[in-house]
Design a protein around this ligand. Structure first.
Ligand SMILES: *Cc1c(COP(=O)(O)O)cnc(C)c1O
Length: 447
């Protein structure tokens, strides 16, 4: 799979690739069009002090910039590209769907097919609904939790990302169990104050929030493996405590598996750790690289969603046939043995990175769950976002730059996961470890 170079690209990126200055031109035009030059903030390179890449094509484990240079890719479309880029089966499924027309404004066969695949893999989703993004799905799950419980407050964890809806774009207020403050300009304080932010991996803080607001919390929403502050594995017993605390108070447990779903195992984190949430939020892999989200869970709860019930939620392009086709083609290829392969690849890369850091004398904390990992420039693995954010950002920027110069593309932020794919073979993983050995040495040389 890793040797595929099917995509040669057309349009501006492909044609201009021979010029060698296409990227500068596109970057300048993007900066004149989009805030910060990007259509999503994570695509900016401000945190690593480099001009942002313009990526024109992807094939297997690699991506190609607009000047024609290829990189071994660990951004993975920020999660969806678990098969690598432009997998032939997914491309063919999308092509076939396109020939049937785009969204037709009614239920279609591909929604039913993908819905059944999802439920077969994650039985807690007795009923589900597709949306066009993870943001919408998380926002809708929270609305449903409030509608179902008649309660307003929601608990989330610092460093947890659940999309950019107002109530979930918040920061911790002062002190545990206090109400949150806006995490963005434009979020009303009144909306932020319906959310309580507590540290990840701190079940006592969750218990304290419930003790401070008994009978008032609708739901706890959690990434069962936090992956938006770098990868933070759940401490043993953490998810179990969340299940017990919510159940005892009549609140709902919402797993945001937008990243972990179909990533850390065939049944997501809930399958891997054996916890059954009331509601689950999906996105990324379930759309095979197309815009998608989904939420689902207990049939009695989902029965409250319009038009079956009083909780309104809708979407003109929800369940889009191209997205459904890409998702179904992806899930069909993710047989259980593929997760063994991802686990082995993750372990190989982790071992290579640990050896490289040790050889250079660089203190690192490496966290990993399956094919998700983060190298934190601090000694020891962090357990919370607060500990993660204390890592050495300048060291990461030097590491990132050295890796990029060696042809390995990491997330342009120290607090993101590395996303492995099934297209990353042993050769690519060893190439990465070799590049990392030199990059850690460059970090030490720069201190
Ligand atoms: C990416 C992400 C979202 C938001 O999904 P979008 O499709 O970007 O709106 C929500 N939750 C988690 C855990 C994510 O990583």
């Amino acid at each position: 799979m890793s040797s595929r170079r099917a995509v040669t690209g057309g349009g501006a990126g492909g044609a201009a690739a021979t010029r060698g200055d296409a990227m500068d031109d596109l970057r300048a035009r993007a900066e004149g069009l989009f805030p910060g030059g990007v259509n999503s903030p994570v695509r900016a390179f401000g945190a690593v002090g480099r001009p942002p890449l313009v990526l024109a094509a992807g094939a297997g484990p690699r991506v190609r910039d607009a000047d024609g240079r290829w990189y071994l890719d660990y951004i993975g479309s920020w999660g969806p590209a678990i098969l690598g880029h432009a997998h032939p089966a997914v491309v063919e499924a999308v092509r076939a769907a396109a020939l049937d027309g785009f969204a037709l404004g009614a239920t279609g066969p591909r929604e039913v097919e993908l819905g059944e695949l999802v439920r077969a893999a994650m039985p807690s989703l007795e009923r589900l609904r597709f949306t066009s993004s993870g943001t919408e799905a998380a926002m809708s799950a929270v609305r449903l939790a409030r509608g179902a419980t008649g309660r307003d407050l929601v608990v989330k964890f610092s460093g947890g990302y659940h999309g950019h809806s107002d109530g979930l774009l918040v920061e911790a207020g002062s002190g545990v169990a206090t109400l949150a403050i806006p995490g963005s300009a434009g979020v009303p304080a009144a909306i932020a104050s319906a959310t309580i932010v507590v540290p990840y991996n701190d079940p006592d803080a969750v218990a304290a929030a419930f003790a401070a607001h008994p009978g008032r919390i609708a739901a706890v929403i959690v990434e069962p493996v936090a992956a938006n502050a770098g990868v933070l594995p759940p401490a043993p017993g953490f998810l179990e405590r969340l299940r017990a605390i919510t159940m005892a108070d009549g609140a709902l447990l919402v797993f945001d598996e937008v990243i972990t779903g179909f990533r850390v195992g065939p049944g997501g984190a809930q399958g891997r750790f054996g916890i059954r949430p009331d509601l689950t939020v999906l996105g990324k892999i379930v759309g095979g690289g197309m815009p998608v989200g989904a939420y689902g869970g207990r049939a009695d709860l989902m029965g409250l969603v319009a038009p079956a019930g009083p909780v309104y939620q809708a979407g003109t392009l929800s369940g889009h046939p191209l997205a459904m086709a890409a998702g179904a083609a992806t899930l069909r290829l993710l047989t259980p043995d593929r997760y063994d392969a991802l686990e082995a690849a993750g372990a190989r890369l982790e071992a290579g990175l640990r050896a490289a850091a040790a050889a250079a004398g660089t203190p690192v904390g490496i966290t990993r769950v399956g094919s998700l990992l983060t190298v934190f420039f601090r000694s020891g693995a962090p357990a919370t976002a607060e500990e993660a954010f204390a890592a050495d950002r300048a060291a990461y920027a030097r590491f990132f730059g050295a890796m990029l110069d060696a042809g390995v593309l990491l997330a342009p932020s120290p607090f993101e996961a590395w996303f492995l794919s099934l297209a990353h073979g042993e050769g690519e993983l060893d190439e990465t470890a070799a590049a990392a050995a030199a990059a850690f040495a460059a970090v030490e040389a720069g201190r």
